[in-house]
Design a protein around this ligand. Sequence first.
Ligand code: PMV
Length: 313
Amino acid sequence: MSKASAPGKLILFGEHFVVYGLPAIATAIEARTTAIVEKADKYFLEDNRPETPGYKVEKYGQQIDSVKRIFKAMGIDPNKTPVKINLGGDLVAASGVGASAASCAAIAAALNDYFGLGFDKEKLNEIAYEGEKGYHGVPSGIDNSCSTFGGFIWFKKEPENSTVSHIDLELSLPMVIGNTGITSNTSKVVEEVKKEKEKNPEKFKTIFDMYTGLVGDARAAIERKDLDGIGQLMGKNHGLLRELGVSCKELEELVDIALKNGALGAKLTGTGRGGLMIALVEDKDSRKVAAAFENAGYKSQITKIGANGVRVE
Ligand code: PMV
C-alpha cells in the first residue's frame, strides 16, 4: 500500500488580471487530499473526499478521464497491474480551492511510490498537469504547481508556455476562508469582464496599471514576511476587483465582517460574484473571524497558507 497527500490552493493576488497576462500569486493551503493505492483484482476508484453537495457527481466523467491520463503519463496499464485508488483527506472538493489538482498530484505521488517509479517533483508536476487536462481542457498550470511544490507560486500566462515560478520561502500564515454559498460560473464571469473591458478600455488600462504595481509590491511583502503589508495589498486588490465588477453584496459583507473583527486584510478569491473570499488573520483572531462569518449565516474554514506540497505519507 502507498499513501500520498497534496494541498489545495487559493489565489492570493490577481484573479481576472491573470487572464490578460498580468502576474498572479497563489498559495498552497493546509487542507489536503490523500490518495491511497492498494493492490486489487480490478482497477477501481473510491472517492471519500468531503464535498460541496453535487460536486463529485458533476465531475465524475472528468475524473475518469483525468485518472486515465495520469496512468498513461506514468506508463502504467491498470488492466495489467490493477490497483484500487482511495481518495480522502480534509480538503473539501469544491470550486476555487484547487481540488482537482490536489487529487491529481496526490494520485501521481501515491502511484509513483507504489510502483517504485522514482519520478522527481518536476515530473510529478507534469503528470498532475496531464491529469488536470481531464478537468479543465487547457489548464493554466498554476493549481498543479501549487499542489506539487507547495508554498507560494508566481504565475504569468503567456501565449505559448505560461511561466510558473516557485517563490521559495518558509512562511505559513493563518487564513480564514468565507464562503458566500453561491456557486460562481468562471467562464461566464470571465466573458462578462472581457465585454466590460472592450466597452471601457481607458478605465481598464488604469486599473491594470494599478494592479501591475500592486502585484510586484505583494511579492516583495511576501518575501519580507510583512503580514501587515500583505494584508493591506489584499485589500487594495479587492478594491480593484470590485472596480472590475466581480464582487457582490455577499463578498462585500464578508470582507467587511473580516476587517471589523481584526483581519489584517481581506479579499475575494477566484472567480467572484459568489464563491469564496479570504481573510488574513493573526492566529489569535482566526476563530473570532470565522465565528463572525458563521453568525452572519456564511460557512467558514480556518486554514494556513504557504503549506507543504505533495508528499508520501
Ligand atoms: O475560481 P478559480 O479558483 O478557479 O479561479 C478563477 C480565476 C480566474 O482568473 C477568474 C480565471 C482564470 O482562468 O484564471
